[in-house]
Ligand binder design. Structure first.
Ligand SMILES: *[C@@H]1O[C@H](CO)[C@@H](O)[C@H](O)[C@H]1NC(C)=O
Ligand SMILES: *[C@@H]1O[C@H](CO)[C@@H](O)[C@H](O)[C@H]1NC(C)=O
Ligand SMILES: *[C@@H]1O[C@H](CO)[C@@H](O)[C@H](O)[C@H]1NC(C)=O
Ligand SMILES: *[C@@H]1O[C@H](CO)[C@@H](O)[C@H](O)[C@H]1NC(C)=O
Ligand SMILES: *[C@@H]1O[C@H](CO)[C@@H](O)[C@H](O)[C@H]1NC(C)=O
Ligand SMILES: *[C@@H]1O[C@H](CO)[C@@H](O)[C@H](O)[C@H]1NC(C)=O
Ligand SMILES: *[C@@H]1O[C@H](CO)[C@@H](O)[C@H](O)[C@H]1NC(C)=O
Ligand SMILES: *[C@@H]1O[C@H](CO)[C@@H](O)[C@H](O)[C@H]1NC(C)=O
Ligand SMILES: *[C@@H]1O[C@H](CO)[C@@H](O)[C@H](O)[C@H]1NC(C)=O
Ligand SMILES: *[C@@H]1O[C@H](CO)[C@@H](O)[C@H](O)[C@H]1NC(C)=O
Ligand SMILES: *[C@@H]1O[C@H](CO)[C@@H](O)[C@H](O)[C@H]1NC(C)=O
Ligand SMILES: *[C@@H]1O[C@H](CO)[C@@H](O)[C@H](O)[C@H]1NC(C)=O
Length: 609
């Protein structure tokens, strides 16, 4: 028995040794392929400033060294052939030519040239020499022109990524790459192994979505967002048996959801900014694994089916800006994994008890426009992960005290409610380091605002309330500040002139007085300045001429006593100005000048003496 065991051990050890052999004596790179790689690398320039942190792999390739050890190169352990080349994000710039030595690497199974800059050169038909290619990734690399027919010869392709977005960014011209209808049809029919197909931002305006009926049943990921697709989406796409992730957002397509037979595997469905006809069917609950359902701005009608409660894996439900009616979906409280819930801009009727949200401890985003019943014990709710809260037109009568638990809050929109009284004391301690958007406009909030405690505030909207006292100065990052329609009084503090990011300043309809500070001319980013209906006197500072981007200026209904500011007629970006009901006097010279400026669309100078 012991002998037998020892023998077994010996046998298995030697078998292991045999298996190990290819590792230890792995073939090194063939000189021809090594040269081809070096030549290819030399045909391109390295721009280390192309993207922050791009990695110039090819600069570390050393002539004479085994190329199988080079960064980004993979060889077959047995034959030594170069079978993989991953030069994505390698700071490379240049053009590909038909005689490029790249095409000598005939054994390639995987090629990734993504996130480089190929200077709008075309994707070459020569790619079809890579008959073993399984992965082809040319994402976000500034290729342009027609996707060649020959790409369909690559019948072993499992992954094809020609998308023009990278890490959520899309700097390249969306029309850079284009695909013809016939070529796409053949691609779909010939690439039967395809599991991942990404074509975001490729111009597919010529492609008929009807050809999607022939998409490979192996397909797991298909994305073609913002591709100018037009026409009807064949519903069988929702039945593709292995589909995990479908993203066809931002296309002019009409989508009809199937009444049954949804693919059970789907985890993410993104059809925002398309035209979905009809309602969300009850059968959507067949998508048991669904984590993301994003149907923003899809013209959806009807109510949200209660069967949605069975999608227990859901983390992201985005139904922003549809025409959904019926009772607000109180069952969302049972979708305990929800991180992002956006029901903003819909037409729900009835009152939603806020308590349904108390179970959603992971919420980072909550957006609602529906009458809310927020009981005064709302301190009982804890939303420690909340980053974005939009409760607009919810009939709130006070600041929701649960916010006290939301230390990570970045954006808060409580506009168009009925919040009255002063801002509660605890609110001033909220998310001091993170809050960047504060919109509490169109309420009945009163009192004065001594100082903003939030260092990162970028957008502040206090308009249409009952605030009084001196005008508070927002912090330095602020670029949008509106305090119109309040009762603020006193002068504009000169500290406003230090807000170098300020693009929009609206202070209309208050009791502000004094003269308009000359130093506002220091705000070189300013594009909208609205000081109408206050009690400003003195002159209109000529320094405003320095605000080269000024597009709208309103100082109407004040007491400004000045000659007609001729410089306005020369301001390059000014599209409207309103000076009426002031003490402007003197000639407009020459009076027809405004009509010569194409950018100027409206001006009002009534009541000029
Ligand atoms: C080749 O080697 C790599 C790493 O050395 C290993 O991950 C891979 O499994 C090997 N492939 C084969 C077919 O032995
Ligand atoms: C294509 O390559 C880029 C850059 O490496 C990568 O971010 C992306 O995920 C790849 N595409 C696919 C579908 O794997
Ligand atoms: C793409 O290439 C064109 C042509 O060389 C160049 O003008 C453009 O700046 C490049 N685009 C990007 C985003 O680098
Ligand atoms: C489809 O792929 C095969 C190779 O598998 C190729 O011979 C054929 O030309 C391709 N058809 C088209 C229309 O591209
Ligand atoms: C992609 O974006 C993430 C988060 O925005 C960032 O951390 C990462 O460095 C980016 N990757 C690249 C390659 O730019
Ligand atoms: C789907 O493929 C079949 C052949 O496989 C072809 O006859 C048909 O025209 C294709 N349908 C579309 C809409 O492209
Ligand atoms: C359901 O989808 C599968 C896979 O696409 C298909 O084969 C089947 O015919 C469909 N069944 C019905 C009833 O539509
Ligand atoms: C949306 O689709 C419906 C039904 O096909 C159609 O009547 C409507 O005109 C479409 N709307 C738009 C804006 O395309
Ligand atoms: C949820 O699923 C269960 C079991 O599949 C079913 O009995 C129930 O009716 C579903 N609930 C809704 C609201 O559709
Ligand atoms: C608030 O909750 C406390 C205990 O949690 C309770 O005693 C009190 O009655 C509640 N107040 C209201 C207005 O519901
Ligand atoms: C405006 O800019 C000038 C210099 O351009 C500077 O002297 C002045 O202090 C600035 N005013 C304010 C209030 O920042
Ligand atoms: C406007 O200013 C001029 C000269 O500065 C002065 O003569 C005139 O009285 C002022 N008009 C009003 C209404 O204050």
């Amino acid at each position: 028995m012991e002998f037998y065991q020892t023998l077994c051990l010996l046998v298995s050890l030697s078998a292991q040794a045999l298996l190990d052999l290819p590792f230890t004596t792995a073939q090194s790179c063939h000189p021809v392929q090594s040269n081809a790689l070096l030549q290819f690398s030399n045909s391109l320039t390295v721009k280390t400033d192309m993207y922050p942190h791009c990695d110039p792999k090819t600069t570390r390739w050393e002539n004479g060294q085994d190329c199988c050890l080079w960064d980004g190169v993979a060889c077959d352990n047995v034959t030594g052939n170069v079978i993989g080349l991953d030069l994505s994000f390698s700071c490379l710039q240049g053009t590909l030519h038909p005689d490029s030595s790249l095409f000598a690497l005939r054994h390639l199974q995987s090629l990734n040239l993504g996130a480089n800059n190929f200077l709008t050169s075309p994707i070459l038909p020569e790619l079809s020499v890579f008959t073993d290619l399984r992965h082809l990734n040319l994402t976000y690399s500034n290729f342009s022109g027609l996707v060649p027919t020959e790409i369909s010869y690559l019948s072993k392709l499992v992954l094809l990524d020609l998308s023009q977005t990278f890490n959520g960014t899309s700097t390249y011209a969306p029309s850079g790459l284009r695909i013809e209808n016939t070529d796409f049809k053949v691609l779909v029919q010939n690439l039967t192994e395809l599991r991942v197909l990404k074509l975001d931002l490729v111009d597919m305006s010529a492609v008929s979505p009807s050809s999607f009926v022939n998409l490979s049943s192996s397909l797991t990921i298909f994305s073609a967002s913002s591709c100018h697709l037009q026409g009807e989406l064949p519903p069988n796409i929702f039945s593709l048996p292995n589909l995990l992730d479908l993203d066809l957002q931002s296309n002019d397509i009409t989508v009809s959801f199937p009444k049954s037979n949804w693919s059970k595997s789907v985890e993410s469905l993104t059809l925002s900014y398309t035209n979905i006809s009809g309602k969300i069917p009850d059968s959507i609950s067949e998508l048991k694994n669904l984590k993301t359902l994003a149907l923003r701005s899809c013209m959806l009608i009807g109510s949200i089916p209660s069967s949605l409660v069975n999608l227990t894996e859901l983390t992201r439900l985005d139904l922003w800006n549809n025409e959904l009616t019926g009772h607000p979906p109180s069952f969302v409280g049972k979708l305990e994994r929800l991180i992002h819930l956006d029901l903003f801009y819909n037409n729900f009727i009835g009152v939603l008890d806020f308590r349904v949200f108390s179970t959603l401890k992971n919420l980072q985003f909550l957006g609602l426009t529906v009458e809310l019943n927020l009981d005064s014990n709302s301190t009982n709710y804890i939303f420690s992960e909340l980053e974005i809260l939009e409760l607009s037109s919810c009939n709130l009568i006070e600041f929701p005290s649960f916010l006290n638990s939301s230390r990570k809050l970045r954006q808060l929109n409580l506009s168009k409610n009925k919040i009255s009284g002063r801002i509660p004391r605890w609110f001033w301690d909220l998310a001091k380091d993170t809050l960047s958007i504060l919109d509490i406009s169109s309420n009945l909030i009163e009192g004065d605002i001594p100082q903003f405690p939030w260092k990162e505030l970028a957008v502040v909207d206090l308009s249409d309330n009952l605030f009084q006292g001196p005008l508070p100065t927002p912090p330095l990052p602020t670029f949008f500040f509106s305090a119109s329609y309040n009762r603020f009084s006193g002068e504009i503090p000169s500290s406003f002139c230090k807000l170098s990011s300020l693009r929009l300043l609206r202070l209309a309809n208050n009791n502000l007085s004094g003269s308009i500070p000359h130093c506002l001319g220091n705000l070189t980013e300013l594009s909208v300045l609205d000081l109408g209906a206050n009690k400003f006197e003195g002159t209109l500072p000529r320094s405003l001429n320095n605000c080269a981007l000024l597009g709208q200026l309103n100082v109407s209904y004040n007491k400004i006593n000045d000659t007609f500011p001729k410089w306005l007629l020369e301001a390059e970006f000014l599209s409207s100005f309103d000076l009426q009901f002031n003490e402007f006097h003197g000639q407009i010279d020459p009076p027809t000048d405004p009509f010569l400026r194409p950018s100027l669309r409206s001006f009002s100078i009534a009541n000029i003496i």
